[in-house]
Write a protein that binds this ligand. Structure first.
Ligand code: PHE
Length: 358
């Protein structure tokens, strides 16, 4: 009996000393496992006299139950401690001062895209997208620019080595192929804008090989040039936050629109500084027109039933004008000092009610 008491004390001490679930399990096996101390004593009971066997058996059973209970208690305690440790780790110190404004900055081009999308979304336009790598059909042919058309030379295209349908793939030279993709994928009426990257082999003070455009497309049964004008005037006034902004629609030529126009906004160029909405000078900001009947036919629409307008605008230039950024190339140099200066706070999402940019 004394042995049993001593064994009990020893086993309990082991259990109390276990400070992880693994150590606890090892202690349990040493006591209650198939080759454990209590199990071995149980096996020896058979050799005892009946009287002794009864007493020893009862004592061993009591010890076994006691040890099993001690293991469970210790297990619960270890679990509670682990949870408390985890919670302490994740604690929030509410006495710390509020952290400074987030340090990241939104690039002026992204900001300008968000502003443009916000304005056109308010007029019912949805955003559409297309791939940067295009094929000849979407970038040219479907837009009424057949092979050998001089407009193909004007576009200074980057061609890839890979081909599709016997013609090399290319980096899209404008966002107009998104018109084609959208019209082929959905049924009219359409009202979309498509901001994105565009590419031309061009690089100097005012051109970079990669730049951004936004395409607009509105097709219905009776959409006319007046809608185009009203829509773009509204856009420019909200964008440049100037209700008296002067605009001029100048006849022009694009293969995919007829009639076509280029749009200028009023500006002044005094002392080498460009100011929007003042003076009597003009600055071109976009190309537009009524979608050419051939383009509608190329996407399977009947030009006697459907008509509408399209426009294409350079985003980078708009950003430079609006935010007084002098050199286009800095846009793509990834200089964090520049971004900190010209970038926008990430939580200042442009809205028409709250203001476009602050
Ligand atoms: N895709 C033309 C360009 O890049 C712009 C444009 C788009 C003109 C849609 C008319 C209609 O110059």
């Amino acid at each position: 009996m004394q042995d049993i008491d001593r064994l009990g004390a020893e086993l309990r001490a082991n259990i109390e000393a276990a400070d992880s679930l693994e150590a606890l399990d090892a202690a349990r096996v040493r006591a209650l496992g198939r080759k454990g101390a209590i199990t071995s004593l149980m096996k020896e009971l058979g050799a005892l006299e009946p009287e002794e066997r009864r007493d020893a058996g009862a004592a061993l059973n009591a010890l076994k139950d006691g040890i099993a209970a001690a293991v469970e208690d210790r297990r619960a305690a270890l679990r509670d401690r682990a949870l408390a440790d985890r919670l302490a780790d994740r604690g929030v110190d509410v006495t710390l001062p509020v952290r400074d404004e987030a340090r990241g900055r939104v690039h002026p081009v992204s900001q300008t895209i968000d502003e443009i999308v916000t304005i056109f979304a308010d007029m019912g336009f949805a955003v559409a997208e297309g791939p940067d790598i295009e094929d000849d059909f979407h970038n040219f042919t479907a837009l009424n620019i057949p092979p050998e058309h001089p407009a193909r030379q004007m576009h200074d295209t980057f061609y890839l080595e890979a081909e599709r349908d016997g013609a090399p793939l290319l980096l899209r030279t404008h966002t107009s192929p998104v018109q084609i993709r959208h019209m082929r994928a959905a049924s009219p009426p359409y009202r979309i804008i498509a901001p994105g990257r565009t590419f031309r082999r061009d690089s100097d003070m005012t051109h970079t090989p990669m730049f951004h455009q936004v395409e607009g497309l509105a097709i219905g049964r009776d959409i006319h040039m007046g809608h185009l004008k009203g829509c773009l005037e509204e856009f420019a006034r909200v964008m440049f936050e100037n209700d008296d902004l002067r605009m001029r629609f100048r006849p022009s030529y694009f293969p995919f629109t007829e009639p076509s126009a280029e749009v200028d906004i009023g500006c002044s160029r005094r002392d080498g500084e460009l100011r929007i909405g003042e003076g009597d000078d003009w600055l071109e900001i976009l190309g537009c027109g009524m979608v050419h009947p051939n383009v509608l036919e190329n996407v399977g629409l009947d030009p006697d039933e459907w008509q509408g307008f399209a426009f294409g605008m350079g985003i980078d230039r708009i950003a430079m004008l609006k935010y007084g950024i002098p050199d286009l190339r800095a846009f793509f140099e990834c200089d964090l000092r520049w971004l900190r200066h010209y970038g926008f706070a990430p939580f200042d999402v442009p809205t028409l009610a709250g203001g476009l940019a602050r």
